[in-house]
Write a protein that binds this ligand. Structure first.
Ligand code: CP
Ligand code: NVA
Length: 321
């Protein structure tokens, strides 16, 4: 739909359920066309993306760089050592300069305010590649993966057991918008942001998504279709590592915890992963969809870049959401 052209992709809260479904539909359509059917499809020939990263990345960088290439465009990457951004050039000036050269910007940053300013100053679409507060691209990939596995999304129950971090914040918006139930268990002191929680629950109230916020992992896992977690020590929190490992004791995803979860759960993790938060026998099990989830980072970011740059109508029918 052409209503997405020229928009920024900062948070799922800015998008209607229909828009999120459009991104997911297009992602699946591109995967079918280009992976399953081997089609060469280059609608972004001549288009360029500027990727600027203040933090490390494997998936976000590769998915956007290779995804842009697959669509016929070109991406140029600047890491923390390269970019002047925030060191000896203002965000404002960086945004304006990149707008003169590229067609789209994808940025991974510490502060969300940094991204917001970049989006304000740039005259081209800006995509969030993660901030301390949000990671909307990850949730598109998670939803795509769950849709592929279950054949639908609305009515599924997701259990988040772990840190109240950027991934959870975007998951809350995503679940609220699409009517997916969400059980959250975070240790005391690691709850998700209060404003985001309030906003997401308000949206959930309208779409019928059930949210259960608490601190009990067993309760959260009960009858969940998907168990989701993330690292206990996010980028930028390295100095808190010791305290965090202590505070998260009892939150590791393992067979014993999930004994009462219910029948057919699957496991998701955005990666990078540590053994603290999930045992090997779950992470590498047949219930774990983490590799499909990681791959889907590419098809989903391709869908986002494509829709922000030009109208696109999928050739394959819309999946059930
Ligand atoms: N999941 C994710 O965003 O991974 P990277 O940090 O490798 O980009
Ligand atoms: N919560 C993690 C996600 C990494 C993709 C972090 O911010 O480091």
């Amino acid at each position: 739909s052409s209503g997405l052209v020229g928009r920024d992709f900062m948070s799922l809260k800015h998008f209607r359920a229909e828009d999120i479904k459009q991104f997911l539909w297009t992602a699946k359509d591109l995967k079918t066309r280009m992976k399953d059917n081997g089609e060469i499809f280059q609608p972004l020939k001549g288009k360029t993306a500027a990727l600027i990263f203040q933090k490390r990345s494997t998936r976000t960088r590769m998915s956007s760089e290779l995804g842009m290439a697959k669509l016929g465009g070109h991406a140029a990457f600047m890491g923390p050592e390269d970019v002047h951004l925030g060191v000896n050039e203002s965000v404002k000036d960086t945004g304006r300069v990149l707008s003169g050269m590229a067609d789209i910007i994808l940025a991974r940053v510490y502060g969300q305010d940094f991204l917001d300013e970049l989006a304000d100053e740039a005259s081209i679409p800006v995509i969030s590649g993660l901030s301390d507060l949000l990671h909307p691209l990850q949730i598109l990939a998670d939803f795509m993966t769950l849709q592929e596995h279950f054949g639908y999304l609305q009515g599924l129950k997701i259990a988040w057991i772990g840190d109240g971090n950027n991934i959870l914040h975007s998951l809350m918006y995503g679940c609220a918008k699409l009517g997916v139930d969400l059980n959250v268990a975070t240790p005391a002191g690691y709850e998700p942001d209060a404003d985001i929680t309030e906003e997401a629950m308000k949206i959930a109230g309208k779409t019928g998504a059930n949210f259960l916020m608490g601190s009990d992992p067993i309760k959260a896992a009960y009858r969940a279709d998907a168990i989701v977690t993330d690292t206990w020590v996010s980028m930028g929190q390295e100095e808190e590592k010791k305290k965090r490992l202590n505070d998260f004791a009892g939150y590791q995803i393992n067979r014993k915890m999930l004994k009462e979860a219910g029948a057919d759960w699957v496991f998701l993790h955005c990666l990078p992963r540590k053994q603290e938060e999930v045992t090997d026998d779950i992470f590498y099990s047949k219930e774990s969809l983490v590799w499909q989830e990681a791959e889907n980072r590419m098809w989903t970011v391709m869908a986002v870049m494509l829709h922000l740059l030009q109208p696109y109508t999928p050739v394959h029918p819309m999946p059930k959401f």
